[in-house]
Design a protein around this ligand. Structure first.
Ligand SMILES: [Zn+2]
Length: 88
């Protein structure tokens, strides 16, 4: 599955500045070249790609991996609703 830029563009996402170690939200981000969902042998899904986000602290664009983002990209991981109590 390929995520197009238009599909998610303009959504506010939370990023963590790698310089300041501080979280910020911005809608000024873009997917560089698209994101691709891949599955490993154990069935875990993750996204590969690059996301560029405008950092309000450094006033530059940082490049992030989808794995670094708390949401919504991590929601692609399968979560089974076991009724709570699952701590890992
Ligand atoms: Zn920064």
């Amino acid at each position: 599955m390929i995520w197009s830029n238009q599909a998610v563009m303009g959504m506010e996402l939370i990023f963590v500045c790698p310089e300041q170690k501080t979280a910020f939200t911005t809608s000024k981000w873009k997917v560089d070249g698209g994101l691709t969902a891949v599955s490993d042998s154990s069935g875990n899904r993750s996204l590969k790609g690059r996301i560029e986000a405008w950092c309000p602290f450094c006033l530059v664009e940082h490049t992030f991996s989808p794995d670094e983002l708390p949401c919504p990209f991590k929601s692609t991981q399968d979560k089974q609703s076991t009724g709570g109590g699952d701590e890992q």
